[in-house]
Design a protein around this ligand. Structure first.
Ligand SMILES: [Zn+2]
Length: 203
């Protein structure tokens, strides 16, 4: 399986101690929200320093500043570290997972979601490939067609099945209508005017 290794400025600092601290910090201040197509892994903080440290150490994410003092002078600036890319989110979650004490279930859900979106599995040998690089149509290890399996999966989704059923029904209806029209005796069908007159029913 291909995987991305995080390369921060201080890669050597990504040690157990840092990850344990990050896991605790994330448990307190962070979130991993599963949306329709992505997982938002972020940590929001009034103090920017720890976010800078995380970004610098892991080499991922962007820090956004949210100044809401215009609305309420009592509100402080909030900084949010957002790990944007899926593959980076997955890597970070995998790194902190062993050190978590409380929110493992949430993280497992997020990891599974990301893996499903990022990787495609060969149905024959079980090798996994990154979806984006899986423009190769065949499994490198065994030669099984990869895309075909994805297609099959797609057509087995209930919403797709329902849509296809409706389309077929509509098509059959139209076909039946056409057949009915063409089976009518010619006298029942409006005939094109031959002398510029308005179409009329012929006897
Ligand atoms: Zn294979």
């Amino acid at each position: 399986m291909s995987s991305v290794s995080l390369q921060g400025e201080n890669t050597q600092e990504v040690n157990r101690e840092f990850l344990a601290w990050l896991a605790g910090f994330w448990e307190g201040e962070g979130s991993a929200i599963i949306e329709k197509r992505r997982v938002r892994v972020r940590i929001a903080q009034v103090d920017r320093a720890p976010l800078d440290l995380i970004q610098k150490t892991l080499g991922v994410g962007k820090i956004r500043e949210d100044d809401r003092s215009g609305r309420n002078p009592k509100w402080k600036k909030v900084y949010t570290l957002d790990i944007g890319r899926k593959i980076e989110s997955l890597e970070v979650l995998r790194l902190i997972f062993p050190f978590l004490k409380f929110r493992q279930k949430k993280i497992v859900e997020a990891i599974n979601f990301l893996e499903k979106r990022l990787f495609v599995e060969c149905s024959r040998c079980g090798s996994k490939f990154e979806r984006r690089s899986a423009s190769h149509k065949y499994c490198v290890d065994c030669g099984e067609a990869i895309r075909q399996k994805r297609r099959k999966e797609y057509f087995q989704r209930p919403e797709v099945k329902e849509r296809m059923r409706k389309n077929t029904e509509e098509y059959r209806k139209k076909k039946k209508m056409r057949a009915t029209v063409s089976s009518l005796p010619s006298s029942e069908v409006h005939q094109a005017p031959t002398c510029g007159a308005w179409p009329r029913r012929t006897r």
